[in-house]
Design a protein around this ligand. Sequence first.
Ligand code: TXA
Ligand code: MG
Length: 316
Amino acid sequence: MQTILTDSIEEAASILNAGGIVAFPTETVYGLGAGIGHPEAISRLFLAKGRPADNPLIVHIFRTEQLEEVAAAINLQAQRLIKSFFPGPLTLVLPKNPAVPYSVTAGLETVGVRCPANPVAREFLRLCGCAVAAPSANRSGLPSATNWEAVMQDLDGKIDCLLRGKPSTIGLESTIVDCSGATPMLLRAGAVTLEQLQAVVPEITANALMEQEEQPKCPGLKYPHYAPKASIVLCRADEKIAAGSDSSAFIGMSLPPQGVTLFKVCRTLEEYGRELFGFFRLCDARGIQVIYCELPSSEGLGRAIRDRLMRAAGVS
Ligand code: TXA
Ligand code: MG
């Protein structure tokens, strides 16, 4: 299959409306979309990513009014979060509308819904005839794609179209909050921080994310994620590391250890989040074997960065 690389939002939307699978930019990471009314496209999407069928997809909408097409009920807490954070890097898990097929929700009675803020994403979603199911546009298990080149690297020849846009400004996948039960729960940390969420809905808890449950609330969390080929070694800001080999790298906010061949020192947590997955991919392209990653504290955006680093290292 030839993947059409285009800058035209209209062309990309018409390919999706004809039953195609189309990658598109969002402010978090690039997504790989299929219309929720196109069951064949949805199964091709799982195949293209190599994604297990029991891992549900997030449904994307272009404006809040479209929520009715996707969700069956929106409780007061969800309404407050929508008012504060939609459009943006937040996904809400809500009771699903019967119009959303079980192939999208992996058999669950709930659906993850997100309204991205990126204007290209919103225009694309507006031109799509229905809501769009979209996981991150990377091969399953690899770091998410934060620019169009990374999408091509993983999915060229496996998808119908890539709508080329700018690099993602956040670089980490959306925050996920489960609002389908009595107590809202943070399932995945992201750029909408726990502190920001709790300022709007104080009762939100964060435990599901960190605890190993037999039946994880967020099915995707049980699979390996974000992992480059290189091994990840987590380190603290004040740790003295002797990077022993000449094929090691460092990313963090402090000065790099001596002896690394490649490093990225980020001035802010925002920069750290934005650069992380691209740096992992760069390290793999350069044949780096060990990446030393500085763990930030779990305040603010640090929580999301820690989460991705720990998963990439296989320690959570
Ligand atoms: O920023 C993002 O969220 C990006 C962009 C493209 O929007 N998408 C993304 O999708 O990261 P994906 O498929 O890579 O991750 C979605 C996560 C998975 O861990 C999945 O298990 C969880 O969301 N999820 C989806 N629907 C769910 C549901 N109904 N209940 C619980 N978790 C759900
Ligand atoms: Mg993903």
